[in-house]
Ligand binder design. Structure first.
Ligand code: ADP
Ligand code: MG
Length: 691
């Protein structure tokens, strides 16, 4: 290896890596030397103390080192399927390994060779059997066991041999690229007793023991979490230094009249508290940046409305962006109902407006006339210009990416920003994805709500369910019936919306059964929603277009078909559509889950109505990418850190990072840290300034 290799040098520059191998490494996501250093093993084999075959437990995933006594290929009764069987021995016992359709295997794994095997172990007719195990031939020149007893096993790809990759990594570690510097401030590493970076990387690949490995992992995880928190702290610092916001008054005439004459209920203590936080943050000239979390039905909309009203009272404009047109229209309707008496203009800006209507609205918005604008993504299009935008709300923010939330704020000149989510987010994720925002929580529901009972049924035609629906509709209740797809397909044997709509219409001839999905034109969708809200339609069959935010107080029954197909947070959102008035809601999760995970999700829903508990569970079952649309911006694409396992570490990293940035906002004393933060996160988080 030459002296000039850097972290960003392509692996092609390494000895023994030609174009073909470089292409294969790319399939493992390895392009640069740094990628290679951070391609950590999937698992390790302890060859020093390989378990004797005789000790393996049927049903477990195990590894063992054994000699191949014989190996043969046999055709099976099925065409195109052949079976390779090897007889193994390690002196303690005999065992058998079988593979299906592995071309040429018997020419590689020859009788007399010694290999390590890893895979599922079963007991077949008194014989231990590995089924489709991974294996690796151990040659005599690999040296006696003990020389390298813990062996890394990397993610596999065709044409890359474990042994070769192991050697490549080991050589690269032998002379680390010069620019691989440790970004952690020394005083933090010392205080925490963290392993130095290079040692940690070596130990991840070739651990000398369990303890050393654990320390290495902890150090690398801490570094990742710490760098992210430093980036978030810098962003937050940026907001605080920004003194060009427009102070809002919270004691204007519109606000006063709204609270005393229009608002039909009194606020919950939580809502009051949050309003206090918003008023405090937005009445100065530092722009507010706040995340409001509140479970479905906790009453976030009215809080947002009052915030927007403060902007209008102060002579500015306010805008609220919703993820779907249905929801935007519902907000528009509700705001218009509440505000028309006060003479406040509420515009609706969505994709389906006619051109002339749209032009007219755009003109009014550009004029700077105080008003409220409700819309979808249409709000952040280039042609939309606000004359005096001072308050921005992003509703159901998990449906938007970080950059989209920024895009709406970018329409104004340092507006105050309120981001709302009804998908409760586990704290670890909140701190990672929204760590630059201040947090507010509405943690109670308006009085009088009765919690929704959730049940699981196997069969959608269950007579008990039919009877229940008949009874509910007879007494004026309304029913949502959600299906996962629109049209029938061969791949997914799921009940499609259209078919279910026909079945229910036939089954309940006395009721009007509506249908709603993404392929229905917006005006028709709107009319259907209105008919459902007014009670003209009493059973609404739909896709998940009803998932977020819809508020029909008379809706009491939610049926989710093939419920195991949905994520937990999504099921929680769907369930949140019912029981919003004073009558109890019922939720039926229908279907036969085919996997343990599917069963676990349904079980979690039936046993908990607490959105935060459910979100934590979702994080464990599905990982961060699936919840809150986090995947889009890759902030939580950690190489080592794990938001479930490393919660404590995250809290520590956050504390250290924020206190460091507080004491040295430009990180002038920590150039290596500053460079690394910008290198990894500058673009993702749109950090201002350069390294
Ligand atoms: P979410 O937080 O899910 O967006 P909404 O804002 O849609 O919830 O509120 C749910 C329902 O509760 C709405 O019909 C709303 O008018 C009503 N609501 C909100 N706050 C209160 C309150 N303090 N007392 C009674 N009803 C309320
Ligand atoms: Mg809402």
């Amino acid at each position: 290896m030459t002296e000039t290799l850097t972290r960003d040098s392509p692996v092609r520059f390494l000895k023994g890596v030609g174009p073909a191998r470089a292409a294969r490494l790319l399939r493992l996501g390895v392009q640069t030397i740094e990628d290679l250093l951070y391609l950590f093993p999937r698992r390790y084999e302890n060859r020093g103390v390989a378990a004797p075959l005789a000790s393996l437990q049927a049903g477990s995933f195990s590894s063992a080192v054994a000699n191949v006594l014989a190996i043969e290929r046999k055709p099976t009764r099925k065409r195109n399927l052949s079976l390779v069987t090897a007889l193994l021995s390690d002196g303690s016992s005999l065992a058998q390994a079988v593979w299906f359709n592995r071309k040429g295997l018997e020419k590689v794994l020859l009788p007399g060779s010694k290999a390590s095997f890893f895979g599922k172990v079963d007991r077949r007719g008194g014989f231990l059997q590995f089924t489709n195990p991974e294996f690796e031939i151990i040659a005599e020149e690999d040296g006696p066991p003990g020389q390298m007893t813990i062996v890394p096993v990397y993610p596999g790809t065709e044409g890359i041999y474990q042994k070769w990759l192991r050697r490549l990594v080991s050589e690269t570690i032998g002379s680390f690229p010069e620019d691989l510097t440790d970004p952690l401030p020394a005083f933090i590493s010392e205080a925490k007793g963290l392993t130095p970076l290079k040692t940690a990387i070596s130990q991840m690949h070739f651990p000398t023991g369990r303890e050393e490995w654990a320390r290495a992992r902890k150090r690398l995880a801490f570094e990742e979490l710490f760098l992210l928190q430093v980036a978030l702290a810098i962003r937050k610092q940026g907001y605080m230094e920004d003194t060009e916001g427009k102070p809002l008054t919270w004691k204007g005439p519109l606000m006063e009249r709204f609270l005393s004459e229009v608002l039909p209920f009194s606020m919950t203590a939580s809502q009051e508290r949050v309003l206090g936080e918003l008023a405090r943050d937005s009445s100065g000239n530092v722009p507010m940046n706040r995340l409001l979390q509140g479970d479905v039905g906790s009453g976030k909309t009215v809080v947002a409305l009052i915030f927007l009203l403060a902007a209008v009272d102060s002579g500015f404009q306010g805008a609220i962006m919703a993820p779907t047109e249905i929801l935007a229209r519902q907000h528009h309707r509700r705001l218009t109902d509440w505000l028309s008496a006060l003479g406040v203009t509420v515009h609706l800006l969505v994709g389906s407006l006619s051109i002339s209507r749209r032009e007219k609205i755009l003109e009014e918005i550009a004029s700077g006339e105080p008003c409220i604008v409700v819309g979808t993504h249409a709000l952040i299009q280039k042609t939309v210009r606000f004359g005096s935008l001072a308050a921005v709300v992003v509703d159901e923010q998990h449906r938007f990416g970080v950059l989209q939330r920024g895009a709406l704020a970018g329409k104004g000149d340092h507006p105050h920003v309120l981001v709302m989510t009804a998908t409760p987010i586990p704290r670890t994720l909140t701190l990672s994805v929204f760590g630059d925002l201040a947090f507010s929580v509405i943690d109670e529901l308006p009085p009088g709500r009765i919690s929704t009972v959730t049940r699981h049924l196997n069969d959608p035609d269950d007579p008990r369910l039919m009877k229940f629906i008949a009874r509910e509709t007879a007494r004026g209740g309304r029913v949502y019936w959600v299906c996962p797809v629109i049209e029938e397909s061969e791949k997914l044997p799921l009940m499609p919306v259209i078919r279910r709509h026909e079945i229910l219409a036939e089954r309940f001839p006395g009721e009007k059964v509506g249908i709603l999905h993404g392929q229905i034109p917006p005006e028709e969708r709107e009319a259907t929603m209105e008919a459902f809200a007014s009670g003209d339609i009493s059973i609404l069959v739909s896709t998940t277009v009803v998932e977020v935010g819809l508020d029909v107080r008379e809706a009491t029954v939610m049926v989710v078909e093939d419920a195991h197909r949905f994520g937990l947070s999504q099921l929680h959102q769907l369930r949140g559509r019912v029981g919003r008035g004073s009558s109890a809601g019922s939720c039926f999760l229908v279907g036969r889950p085919g996997t343990d995970e599917g069963r676990a999700r349904i079980q979690a829903m039936c046993s908990s109505s607490d959105g935060f508990r459910i979100a934590e569970k979702d994080l464990i079952l599905r990982g961060p990418g699936e919840i809150c649309g986090v995947r889009q911006h890759g902030i939580t694409d950690f190489r080592v850190a794990d938001l479930v396992k490393d919660r404590r570490l995250l809290e520590e990293a956050r504390e250290d990072a924020f206190s460091l940035v507080r004491s040295d906002p430009s990180l002038s004393g920590f150039p290596d840290l500053r460079r690394e933060v910008f290198r990894r996160l500058g673009a993702k988080l749109r950090l201002a300034g350069t390294a």
